[in-house]
Design a protein around this ligand. Sequence first.
Ligand code: NDP
Ligand code: 8X3
Length: 253
Amino acid sequence: MKKTVFITGATSGFGEATAKLFAQNGHNIIITGRRNERLIALQKGIESSYGTQVLPLCFDVRDEQAVTEAIASLPEWWKNIDILINNAGLASGLEPIQEGSTEDWEKMIDTNVKGLLFVSKAIIPTMTANKKGHIINIGSTAGKEVYPNGNVYCASKHAVDAITKGMRIDLLPEGIKVTQIAPGAANTEFSTVRFHGDTERADNAYKGYQPMVAEDIAEVIYYTTTLPDHLCINDLVLTSLAQANSYVIHRNE
Ligand code: NDP
Ligand code: 8X3
């Protein structure tokens, strides 16, 4: 059955790959992010390749009013969202806590925690009214164990872990599935953003082993949505074969 899928952070990485995969499987997609030119290019690409409907919505998840207005502005036909994928997020910096920047900390907490909550708050009422829906929160192995210098990013993903558990309890009587996917290292724009545009440092994060790529995570996200109505994957940790947990990666030097 054709579903309406709302994906935050679809301008790159996991979100973009997931949008393409859902479209390829015949679903209609609402794609969001701050870079409108990328949203429009993705819309055109998906519509011409797969012939499904794509609606771009450009907003910053940190801005509660922008989030609420963007979601309220959805045409009636698009309002019945079946699947919400809370994917928009970032790391900013990788320093010991005593050297961290408050600007980086605010960016991560506002995006990864408050942004996820603002978007969920705006979409959950439709799901509760429909007595169905599926929320997929993108956490991280960083939300399972803290690693050196990961401090605030890890805290923000631990918050995603806790919020996901809380959502699942609260939305249980409403018939809404809540899933967390917690990936390990995947080669996207993530590290370039984390290292404030330093691509050399970003590339080093993926040297000496085979990291995951965005399409790997998209496959797993998609899979969680294909199960029968009575089944829900609650929490799924996903890494490349070279990674054991958030801080042990086997590299060939
Ligand atoms: P990318 O940097 O490739 O993509 C991040 C996406 O988030 C972009 O589309 C970006 O869009 C969007 N985004 C960031 N900030 C905002 C904002 N304030 N408002 C709206 N959208 C925003 O990274 P990934 O695809 O790798 O990351 C996706 C998610 O997966 C994140 O939550 C990340 O923490 C998590 N993750 C990543 C892992 C990895 O190793 N790559 C591993 C585990 C989890 P735009 O800039 O256009 O706004
Ligand atoms: C992103 C993966 O290892 O940089 O959540 O924390 S990691």
